[in-house]
Design a protein around this ligand. Structure first.
Ligand code: TXA
Ligand code: MG
Length: 319
């Protein structure tokens, strides 16, 4: 089983050797490896059982540290990095050929981000190479927001989990890039569309695709629990599925308590940040309960609510 601890130097020793280590970020836990070591990168795909068409995000402590791997960085990217890094936005940038092809799945752009977590930030500062780190879950399953989540699923495949507590944001980073002059969000996440538009002006939201994923985090069915999840009006759904053992995910209000319904309230305080932080752990918890089916309602569609609904819809998408 993986050792769980807060020892940055130990994590560094494993990473220097080309092994993979789970690391905390403000969004979700990542499964990290040396981006410049093709064996380490290959190991990440293997542990996650991730298809090779799905590229990885490069993690660094600052843009200057990866500049030699990138073509000219556009002014807009500098602006975003100054405003949001360290923080939950990932920027797609034209790469040089120095990076292992596996990282970008053969595409011209590499995704780059500076995570906002003191342990991983310090670790990145101590390394002489950037890390690639997808979310530390088996491909297609819910992303982990605690060391325990990582241990439950990948604990017997990795040696070390750097324990940074529960992730503050709880959903993955927002992925942004440019096609010509157009700014595009490829994945909604921890930084809202509105906050990005303050800096970039109008941004297009790329529709999800299940067939030709430009960012496979955009696959329609993703972030999915093993149990069937159905989205809609909770009162109606509870009536419709009254013969089943139900798990329920509500936004802020308790649904009329019935003895045999397991219920989770995402945000008793009504705050979107709270709902985001609790979303993945709630899905996991209900997935492990003795229920047949998980019923959930969407949250109001503004701010982080858009990203939360995006994850709920994909968790509910037919597989
Ligand atoms: O918050 C996060 O971004 C977390 C933490 C660990 O940093 N990481 C994460 O990685 O969510 P992952 O691999 O689970 O999701 C990354 C998404 C994938 O859907 C991938 O397709 C997309 O980023 N992506 C990566 N590189 C890309 C590229 N060059 N072009 C388009 N999409 C890319
Ligand atoms: Mg992921």
């Amino acid at each position: 089983m993986a050792e769980i601890g807060k020892d940055i130097l130990k994590a560094k020793i494993y990473l220097d050797r080309g092994e993979v280590v789970a690391i905390p970020t403000e969004t979700v836990y990542g499964l990290a490896g040396n981006a410049t070591n093709p064996d380490a990168v290959a190991q990440i795909f293997k542990v996650k059982n991730r298809p090779h068409f799905d590229p990885l995000i490069l993690h660094t402590h600052n843009l200057a540290a990866v500049q030699h791997l990138l073509q000219e960085i556009p002014e807009k990217a500098y602006k975003l990095s100054q405003k949001f890094w360290p923080g939950p936005v990932t920027i797609l940038l034209e790469k040089k050929t120095l990076l292992p092809d596996l990282i970008t799945a053969g595409m011209n752009r590499v995704a780059v981000r500076v995570p906002n977590h003191p342990l991983s930030f310090e670790l990145l500062r101590k390394l002489d190479y950037p890390l690639v780190a997808p979310s530390a879950n088996p491909f297609g399953y819910i992303s982990p927001t605690s060391a325990k989540h990582v241990e439950d699923q990948l604990g017997n495949q990795i040696k070390y989990i750097l324990d940074g507590g529960t992730c503050n944001i709880g959903i993955e980073s927002t992925i942004v890039g440019w096609e010509g002059d157009k700014s595009i969000i490829y994945r909604l996440g921890g930084v809202t569309k509105e906050a990005l538009e303050d800096i970039l002006g109008p941004i297009e939201l790329l529709p999800h695709s299940s067939s030709n994923p430009k960012a496979p985090g955009m696959l329609k069915s993703h972030y999915a629990p093993r149990k069937k999840i159905i989205l809609g009006n909770l009162d109606e759904l509870i009536e419709e599925y009254k013969d089943k053992k139900l798990g329920i995910i509500a936004f802020k209000e308790t649904i009329l308590a019935k003895a045999d319904i397991k219920q989770v309230i995402l945000a008793p305080d009504g705050e979107m940040e709270t709902a985001a932080k609790n979303l993945f752990s709630s899905l996991r918890a209900l997935d492990e309960e003795n229920v047949d089916i998980i019923l959930a309602e969407e949250v109001p569609s503004h701010g982080l609510g858009r990203a939360i609904n995006d994850r709920l819809r994909r968790a509910a998408a037919p597989r």
